[in-house]
Write a protein that binds this ligand. Structure first.
Ligand code: FE2
Ligand code: FE2
Length: 146
């Protein structure tokens, strides 16, 4: 038996880094769309999610490199575990096993709040500190309005 659940955005997921927060909104939307999808629509939403999640994690990993994040490995390992599951389940869904796809969507909805609260917010805090300490993040030219 399936219990339908929603996965709605909650501002407690905000980490204070605009690009990460935008990406996280998209993550929640896509997982919620998977949870609500019928059999016909499920595989195509999972494919969109798979593209999203590869880019999502790659962006965070680029930020870790850019800002010399010291506890990169456990964060990246957690991303890798999720990516491995997504790849495995895509193959099963492509063979018609939609229920396993729904299990994945529920597992992702469970996983996201803890990961975001613990790992992504720590990364965001690190970046904020680096920026506050004058790390050369973006060179802003003075903007003139003629
Ligand atoms: Fe994230
Ligand atoms: Fe992350």
């Amino acid at each position: 038996m399936n219990v339908a659940i929603d996965f709605a955005w909650d501002d407690r997921y905000l980490v204070g880094h605009q690009a990460m927060d935008d990406t996280h909104h998209e993550f929640v939307e896509l997982v919620d769309a998977m949870l609500g999808a019928g059999d016909d629509a499920f595989a195509s939403i999972l494919e969109r999610f798979a593209v999203h999640v590869e880019a999502h994690f790659a962006t965070e990993q680029r930020l870790m490199d850019q800002f010399g994040y010291p506890v990169r490995d456990c964060h990246v390992e957690e991303h890798e575990r999720v990516l491995a599951s997504v790849r495995e389940v895509r193959a099963l869904v492509a063979d018609g096993d939609i229920e396993t796809g729904r299990d994945l969507a529920r597992a992702l909805a469970d996983w996201f709040p803890g990961h975001t609260d613990y790992m992504d917010s720590a990364l965001s805090t690190w970046i904020t500190k680096k920026v506050a300490n004058g790390a050369p993040v973006v060179l802003r030219r003075s903007m003139r309005h003629a």
